[in-house]
Design a protein around this ligand. Sequence first.
Ligand SMILES: O=P(O)(O)OC[C@H]1O[C@](O)(CO)[C@@H](O)[C@@H]1O
Length: 444
Amino acid sequence: MNVKIEKIYGAVAAEKVAALGGEMKVANELLHSGKGAGNDFLGWVNLPTQTTENEIAEINAVAKELAKKVEVVVIIGIGGSYLGAKAVLDAINSSFDQLQKVRKNPVVIFAGQNISEDYIVELLDTLKHYSIGAVVISKSGTTTEPAIAFRIIKEEIEHRYGKDEAAKRIIAVTDKARGALRTLATQEGYKTFVIEDNVGGRFSVLTPVGLLPLAVAGVDIESFVKGAQDMERACLPEVGYDKNPAEIYAAARTALYRDGKKIEILASYEPKLQNIGEWWKQLYGESEGKEGKGIFPASVTLTADLHSMGQYIQDGERTLFETVISVKEPKSRYEIKADAANLDGLNFLAGRRISEVNRMAQLGTMLAHVDGGVPNIEIEIDKIDAYNIGGLLYFFEKACGISGYALGVNPFDQPGVEAYKKNMFALLGKPGFEKEGEELRKRL
Ligand SMILES: O=P(O)(O)OC[C@H]1O[C@](O)(CO)[C@@H](O)[C@@H]1O
């Protein structure tokens, strides 16, 4: 991985960024010494190198067993219990995975990430035609969205296969002892995997939360973890600032934020990486957005969004900076052909690869945005595969911890998420919320 920050120097001087190196190092060291805020949630820091071959083998074995039985696996979860697996799956699989006629692995789909009645009914209607199983993922075991979806999918599976067989088609990933899902899993005899107490949801993609769904879908989780292990080593505090990708990225975005750039747009020219942006938004949004502070994380997929958001990025409020994930080499090769009529005038591209056009779009856009007052950070990965994506996700986690400490917040809590939950329960008349419900209804 290469983190290139030269294209921010027009907005913030190189010396100013470099001067933050020491501060980033201190923040990085705090993640390892465990002396910073939220230090009971640092289990993710050394997680990749602590993951054993046996753990990976067990996840693969359980995934294989389930895959043998079913055509479709519904992964139920929300936030950190959903976004990582979704992001990696979309990045690694064919963009048209669900249309493949010859399959080695079940189709993996997601539920519990919304409370849409239409979504659930359409899901149930569609599932009727397939042999199904489920993986339910909730660290707390009490989150409303996945709990509702699981109640429904569990009933469907039990109705179709009976309770005994259902217990072989459902796997739970949850807290080792607490929460309604743990109680239920024990009661029903589900195979379970544990999310350790010291790993928060948005930092859990390298635990069974991410690894199990990925293994079910046939992703090489060994390479995924290996990529994260190598990145863990590359981002250790012992690695000098100049060579430390997480510290460099954290310094660049911190310098820009302190200089008035309040919005970071994560961009990619590969549509397969769109959901990496969704995962990244939770990671940075929940970690940094508190106490009236924090960079607002947004994301775009280019060139598609150049035809929608491009105007704003080029000419709107100058509070933005852009971080581009660029990919050195595509997996495939396709050359544009000459056309005798050349009505579209594109024969000048004949014999050239689509990726070359994409590359020139990227380089041209970067310069246009920099000229328009949008500083640009580039995060370059070699290719989109399990190894490189594993490394990319760990890199973002590490840089997030460092940035959060540099911002002066606890990057590992999310107290603000409770406000909507309280109001929703009050409006739904949940026992214990009667008084709040009355007050809220008056305001509607
Ligand atoms: O895995 P759980 O406990 O269901 O939580 C899902 C998500 O909900 C949140 O706790 C926010 O409510 C996120 O931090 C978390 O990733």
